[in-house]
Every structure is written in structure tokens, then in C-alpha cells.
Write a protein that binds this ligand. Structure first.
Ligand SMILES: [Zn+2]
Length: 133
């Protein structure tokens, strides 16, 4: 980084994961707008662009960090949701996932068709599990 830019950015927040997400959003909207060519959508693309610039140059680092932490919590939750779906799909031939009716823990069971009794390792309750295919 050149020295003048280093001096300019000193004490300012800079780039983070939330900014990266907004940049992806910005490019996605801009890409969609290649087909629509609407002025309203063009104006919408300016919103994330402006926000990224504002957050990068902001001196209120505590507030920007809190925003990023809130974004990160949501992003982690959605990431875990998708990762569980991917895992279920990967193991579709060998395992089935069922929720315990008492404590709602998710159990990973071997794929054996028929009606079985499962023992929940968390609450030690037994419940019937029907695996169709
Ligand atoms: Zn349970």
C-alpha cells in the first residue's frame, strides 16, 4: 500500500466480511441489471456501493465491528443450515436423520427400512422411527 493511502486509512475501519457480502450483492444486482437496464435498479446498486465506502472510511470502529458481528452471526447460521443439508444429501444412501420428539435432538440413524425403536442419547427416551426408503 502506498504511504499516503496508509496515512489516509489510519484509524479508519476498512474492509470486512459484511463489506464483502455487500460487494457480492452489488455485483449481483449490477449483473441482473445488464438484462433489465433499469435506472431504478442502477440506483439500487449505488446503495451497497455507498455503504461499503462509508463503512471503510468510518472512524467509529466499535460500531462497525458490532455490525459485522451481527452479520457474521446470521451468516454462520445460514452456513450451518446449508452444510447440514449437504451432509444429509451426501449420506442419503446410508443414513437418515430424525428428530427426537421429546428433546428435539437430531439423531443420525442407519438406513434400515421398516419401523424401529430409537434411543435418544440426550434424553434417554425411546421412540418409534419409521424409515420408508
Ligand atoms: Zn431426546
Amino acid at each position: 500500500m502506498p504511504n499516503w493511502l496508509n496515512n489516509f486509512m489510519y484509524g479508519r475501519y476498512g474492509f470486512d466480511n459484511l463489506s464483502r457480502f455487500m460487494m457480492i450483492l452489488w455485483f449481483a444486482i449490477a449483473f441482473i441489471n445488464l438484462f433489465f437496464k433499469s435506472y431504478i435498479l442502477y440506483a439500487v446498486t449505488l446503495i451497497p456501493a455507498f455503504l461499503i465506502l462509508f463503512r471503510m472510511l468510518s472512524r467509529n470502529i466499535i460500531k462497525r465491528r458490532a455490525e459485522n458481528a451481527r452479520y457474521q452471526a446470521i451468516a454462520n447460521k445460514t452456513g450451518a443450515w446449508f452444510s447440514f443439508r449437504r451432509q444429509k444429501l451426501r449420506e442419503i444412501k446410508t443414513h437418515r436423520y430424525r428428530k427426537c420428539p421429546h428433546c428435539s435432538a437430531v439423531l443420525r440413524l442407519p438406513r434400515k427400512t421398516g419401523v424401529h425403536t430409537a434411543l435418544c442419547p440426550r434424553c434417554k427416551n425411546r421412540f418409534e422411527v419409521k424409515i420408508v426408503l
